[in-house]
Design a protein. Sequence first.
Length: 349
Amino acid sequence: MAKRKRLSPAAALSPQAALAPDAKASPFPNPSIVPPPIAQVSAQAASTAALTELSDIVTEARTTGRLLEALPLDAIEMHHILRDRMGMYGEELEVLVASMRARGQSTPIEVTPLPDQPGRYGLISGYRRMAALRKLAQEDPAFGTVKAQVISHGSAQAAYVAMVEENEVRVDLSPYERAHMVVRALENGLFSDEKDALQTLYEHVTRSKRSRIKALMPLVRALGDSLRHPAHLSERTGLALVKAVSADAALGVRLRDLLAAQAEVSPAEEAALMERVLAAKPVLQSQVEAAAEQAKEAKELAEAVVVKPRRPQVSFEPNKGLLQVMGADDALFEAVKRLVRDFDDDFVE
């Protein structure tokens, strides 16, 4: 017997196809199998734990400076701490601006959150990069942000150390600038004494270099910020100026006034000015020494010609009834009169 052919559509083979037309499709292969509540709770707990772990990783990376953030330039306080590089010159800045214009910012800056100003940061390192970006931002708003590592320094001292260490690697600071940093840190009360400041700020430099930095500190105290181009002051000239200022305390004041009177001065002109001061100093010193020698000789001469009082001398001539007292003063004269008065009641002066 021949088999009968089916002319109607085959019955739905899956439970989902057998649902009513208005029934919503289930995300599960078998809608009759519903995940138990404990599975949903476990999935949510796992998701929360993963997000918490990710948040902790990001926070830890930000705190340790391993996370780069794009921060607005206006959110950075550039003068948060004293800079060790005392100036940035036009040519140097233009070279950096040209490099960043062509290749962008290759190295991030380092900042620390300002606790009293939410959303703002104090600059630790990267002053030159910030200066270049601010100039570029005036040309193109695309340079309005800066790549930054946000690190929470525990103290101002730690921030200074971080800046010094970064610049010891990246910048060739002059001995005067290094000494300037130590003096200003001491003035701000960050260290107890010179030894503590030198060993903390310049822990990784040689002992001889720390000694040379210390030798220039008297010159920093004498001149302060009056030098326009401290990066160009050679160590030899600096040490010679220290010797000159130590010999003549007023020289520091005169030198500051001389530098202040210069409206515009180039590094070469300032260096030449220092050399002229040093050249004139021996002449001045010889004049001072000559005057001191003359004063000493005059004092010795005055002491030599002073007439010292002689001891009284008494002579008596019985035949003449003459009593003589030589070298007497008023006190001795009064004593003699009292003696004579006691001897003779009829004595009349």
